[in-house]
Design a protein around this ligand. Structure first.
Ligand code: ADP
Length: 416
């Protein structure tokens, strides 16, 4: 039946996962990196293909790649980057925020210093810009290395460029920009673009009819991996920060809260990110302590400690207050009680987050999948379920590469 390969380029490394027709993982390869740029990405991509194993490569029928959102490249006519890529969290575009506000609709997700559009405008004032022919996201450029086609992207990677996700076209305010000719043509994520390049067929012994599909972003790929697939399904990522995503029929955008919606077929993936989360737990506890103390907590019982756990003052979602102070007092003498208060308080913030998304128009919350370092904490799951009032489940798969493999396999029903 053939195998499908998903390749994830995240913030700390690249990973490839191959799945069979029953969606079982048959191979997984990881390539760690930090602060990597395009030279390392190319090396990582070929390392992953090299290390999949002959039998897996010879069965590949489809490949898709996800990248980090708003990591972008400026390329010449042949796809050679004209300088280092600008990474997802690079805020150099801040000087162009006023210019963007002047053309984009209010509350649009491009109105942040790290948006792809802000990075394009920054580049437009550099000397190399005169040689530029293509402005691409990380995933687009890596897919180009596989199929050889330039100027192609997907509507997930294009959100923070300003692509109109409702009407599936570029808006007039972008078309009127002098650099509009550099922007890629946009397809739905998981669209077949072309077969793999002949030189790669020879180099890796991959079947010559293996198709390369448009990709997505790392966080959407992780959502696809979770198993969430119907209205009201949500995924909470309990990593260093607390990230919520809720599948809705209504689009919700509010830049005041940093809330925006990605399109998923005919539905919308609404979401927001809070500064609370695991990083605060890590400040007080090792992973081992978190495990041990959590086991001693009765999750059914409510802790009366009411904190707002932050590493530093300032919050955007679910409370928009750039000066919101961290609240970590009163601190009881008993360490278990302190942790109980922290877990309870983060669960309250999670519930407030989903409430906020629903107030702004998202569908009713029905089910929450959990991902990230805190997801495996079963006591916390009980506490969260009490606050959320809906079943709280573990994500079926956590790796973004798995979600992207589903995309390559054409088995993401939401996109059909
Ligand atoms: P990220 O990729 O966002 O850095 P991870 O998903 O790897 O984060 O999760 C790491 C976080 O998970 C850490 O901040 C840590 O405090 C938290 N964590 C680890 N184990 C537990 C646990 N048993 N209960 C709650 N949180 C945990």
């Amino acid at each position: 039946m053939g195998l499908s390969l998903g390749i994830d380029f995240g913030t700390s490394g690249a990973r490839a996962i191959a799945i069979d027709s029953s969606k079982n993982i048959v191979a997984e390869v990881h390539y760690p990196f930090t602060n990597a740029n395009f030279q390392d990405w190319q090396k990582a991509l070929f390392y992953l293909l090299d290390n999949l194993g002959d039998s897996v490569r010879s069965e590949l029928k489809s490949i898709a790649i996800n990248g980090t959102s708003s990591t972008v490249l400026l390329c010449d006519n042949w796809g050679n980057p004209l300088s280092q890529a600008i990474l997802y969290n690079d805020g150099r575009g801040i000087a162009f925020l006023e210019a963007i506000k002047a053309i984009a609709p209010p509350h649009h997700p491009v109105i942040i210093a790290t948006s792809s559009l802000a990075k394009l405008l920054w580049w437009s004032e550099q000397e190399i810009f005169s040689q530029a022919r293509y402005f691409l996201s990380q995933a687009d450029w890596l897919a180009f290395l596989l199929h050889g086609k330039l100027g192609i992207s997907d509507y997930h990677n294009a959100l923070k460029l300003g692509y109109d996700l409702e009407n599936l076209c570029y808006p007039d305010w972008l078309e009127n920009l002098p650099m509009f000719n550099l922007l890629p043509q946009i397809f739905a994520p998981g669209t077949a673009i072309d077969t793999i390049k002949p030189d790669l067929v020879t180099r890796f012994a991959i079947p010559k009819d293996c198709l390369i599909y448009t990709g997505t972003t790392d966080s959407i790929a992780a959502f696809l991996a979770s198993g969430a697939n119907s209205l009201g399904d949500a995924v909470t990522s309990l990593g260093s920060t607390l990230v919520l995503k809720l599948l809705s029929s209504q689009k919700v955008d509010d830049s005041n809260y940093g809330i925006y919606s990605h399109r998923l077929g005919n539905l919308w993936l609404t979401g927001g990110a809070s500064n609370t989360g695991g990083a605060v737990l890590k400040k007080f506890f090792s992973d081992q302590e978190l495990r041990n103390y959590s086991l001693a907590i009765d999750g059914q019982k409510e802790s009366n400690l009411d904190y707002y756990p932050l590493l530093k003052a300032g919050e955007r979602f679910p409370i928009n207050d750039p000066f919101l102070p961290a609240k970590l007092t009163p601190r009881p003498d008993n360490t278990r009680e302190f942790l109980h208060g922290l877990l309870e308080s983060i669960a309250r913030i999670e519930a407030l987050g989903y409430q906020r998304l629903q107030e702004l128009g998202a569908n009713k919350l029905e089910r929450v999948y959990s991902a990230g370092g805190g997801a495996k904490n079963s006591t916390w799951r009980i506490i969260r379920q009490r606050h959320l009032g809906v079943p709280v489940l573990l994500s079926k798969q956590e790796q973004a590469a798995y979600g992207t493999a589903l995309l390559a396999q054409q088995s993401v029903t939401l996109l059909k």
